[in-house]
Design a protein around this ligand. Structure first.
Ligand SMILES: Cc1cc2nc3c(=O)[nH]c(=O)nc-3n(C[C@H](O)[C@H](O)[C@H](O)COP(=O)(O)OP(=O)(O)OC[C@H]3O[C@@H](n4cnc5c(N)ncnc54)[C@H](O)[C@@H]3O)c2cc1C
Length: 477
């Protein structure tokens, strides 16, 4: 069997690539391969069971058509026309330039609108109030990034990606679900295709694999596939650069405390470099009236995340507080470091997300269930286990987070309230960054890397843009 293009993974990056090839009437024969299920078959049982049941072979939150996008909050980060840089979503602009990236965001945003995204934009109606927040942040030694956000909402994201799946099917894109790409076929530094096996055989290393050939293979494996990609790069000598890992917590506090940021910006992107380490610490993925969620990765690694619906509301806001960690010599394995942190904290929580009150951390005590029963901020992730996250997050990460919370309290009064909740671990894995040229081609001929997995993007909009951009390159190849 031979295709013109095979894409590994069906997250936003690869499905937007397939969409753009169709739109441009390309006659390329395209195959998308995904280890998870079609979007209509994806469901997380936690709402019924009350706790994560560790779906086999893959977590429905992170795998399947539209990847991590299906159950995401669906916040599409656009750009501020007055900025002469792109501050959110990764590094695509470093390859294709700022102006080209802005045009690409406009174009991709329109695709989302065509498939039914809300026309309303958050974060543009209150420039004076945002300017005041910006000034307060500056005084607290924090940078505040203000960009328009289009909010799909979790239930609408699912629906919208369902429509895209139908569009791709109706237009002849071949899609293989519940199929793992176990390896690449590379000869003379040129990609020739992929090896696949059924997802049900994930743990069977001797399972027979099938070869599918293509002159172009696109790696679009997302953060879920970051570890797989790191191993594949090592095996096939695909050039990489040292990556980073973002480690932190999901922070939950009352909507009341966050009301200004929620109202004026929907999502405030605050960045600091607190003393003494001066590591980059940032807020990420803010969900007003949202819900904290859990997701499971390979080897049963359980991580925390958050999202919000368009209709269903809580009275809490959640957001990630993430610390970027770089390593150099002699240890340079950010994924391994992050996995060890997750493993330790998962063990402490009996394989569930651990939750602790800020005040308890400061008092040096763990949190107990009876503490939560009387807590003003009621946890929205019922499956989280009260405990002590400081056993597992290193001194450096913990200090960075606590210092940052202190700085944020100067901007948002009540941000450091002792009853606020920290859930862990929240970790964003990126493979060692795949070295690519401006056509997004790696050091192996015919092998391309898009989306979050290879470290190019971070987020729905830019992952989608990277797919559109690559489609335009491939259709002329
Ligand atoms: C709960 C949650 C909320 C989020 N909220 C937001 C938000 O509001 N705004 C935002 O911008 N971003 C958000 N994100 C992040 C966003 O979803 C990702 O940035 C985006 O999905 C990345 O797209 P991608 O195509 O690079 O990869 P992904 O969406 O991760 O898709 C990769 C796909 O590849 C598959 N795969 C991996 N390895 C293999 C293999 N070997 N063989 C076959 N298939 C494979 C995976 O199963 C997966 O489906 C959220 C993520 C989560 C989990």
């Amino acid at each position: 069997m031979k295709y013109d293009i095979i894409a590994i993974g069906m997250g936003p990056s690869s499905i937007f690539m397939a969409y753009e090839l169709i739109k441009n009437r390309s006659n390329k024969k395209v195959l998308l391969i995904e280890e998870g299920k079609a979007v209509e078959k994806r469901a997380c049982p936690i709402e019924k069971t009350g706790k994560c049941v560790h779906c086999k072979p893959f977590c429905n939150i992170t795998s399947g058509f539209s990847g991590a996008g299906a159950f995401s909050d669906g916040k599409l980060s656009l750009y501020n026309p007055n900025d002469d840089d792109i501050y959110v979503g990764g590094d695509l602009h470093k390859y294709i330039g700022i102006d080209e990236t802005k045009k690409l965001i406009d174009y991709t945003d329109q695709i989302y609108l065509d498939f039914g995204a809300d026309k309303h934009l958050e974060g543009i109606d209150h420039p004076e109030e945002i300017a005041k927040l910006y000034e307060k942040a500056k005084k607290a030694d924090l940078n505040l990034i203000s960009i328009p956000i289009r909010h799909l909402g979790t239930e609408k994201s699912h629906e919208l990606y369902g429509k895209i799946e139908k569009f791709l099917k109706d237009n002849g894109v071949e899609m293989k679900f519940e199929t793992i790409v176990s390896d690449l076929i590379v000869e003379d530094n040129t990609v020739k295709g992929v090896k696949i096996k059924p997802s049900s055989k994930i743990d069977d290393e001797n399972a027979e694999t099938e070869e599918i050939l293509a002159d172009t293979v696109v790696v679009a494996v997302g953060r879920k596939g970051a570890n797989w990609l790191t191993n594949i790069c090592e095996k096939h000598n695909i050039e990489t650069e040292p990556g980073i890992v973002d480690i932190g917590v999901r922070y939950e506090l009352s909507d009341e405390v966050m009301k200004d940021v929620n109202k004026y910006m929907y999502e405030g992107k605050f960045i600091g470099r607190p003393y003494p380490f001066r590591d980059k610490v940032r807020t990420f993925c803010q969900n007003p009236s949202g819900f904290v969620s859990s997701e499971v990765y390979d080897n049963n690694m359980t991580l925390v995340n958050g999202h919000s619906y368009k209709e269903k509301k809580s009275t809490n806001t959640n957001l990630a507080i993430l610390v970027s960690h770089h390593f150099s010599h002699p240890f340079n394995k950010p994924i391994e470091y992050g996995r060890n942190v997750a493993k330790n904290l998962n063990e402490l929580g009996g394989n569930a997300v651990v939750v602790q009150r800020l005040g308890d951390i400061k008092r040096g005590k763990r949190t107990w269930q009876h503490d939560l029963d009387n807590n003003k901020v009621v946890p929205t992730l019922k499956a989280a286990v009260p405990g002590d996250i400081t056993f597992a997050l290193g001194y450096r990460t913990m200090t960075d987070i606590l210092q940052f919370i202190g700085e944020m309290d100067k901007v948002v009064e009540g941000f450091a309230n002792p009853e606020n909740l920290l859930y862990g671990p929240e970790i964003k894995f990126y493979s060692n960054r795949v070295k690519i040229d401006k056509n997004l081609e790696s050091s192996v001929k015919g092998l391309y890397s898009i989306g979050d997995g290879g470290g190019l993007t971070r987020g729905l909009m830019m992952a989608s843009c990277s797919g559109v951009y690559l489609a335009r390159i491939l259709e002329n190849k």
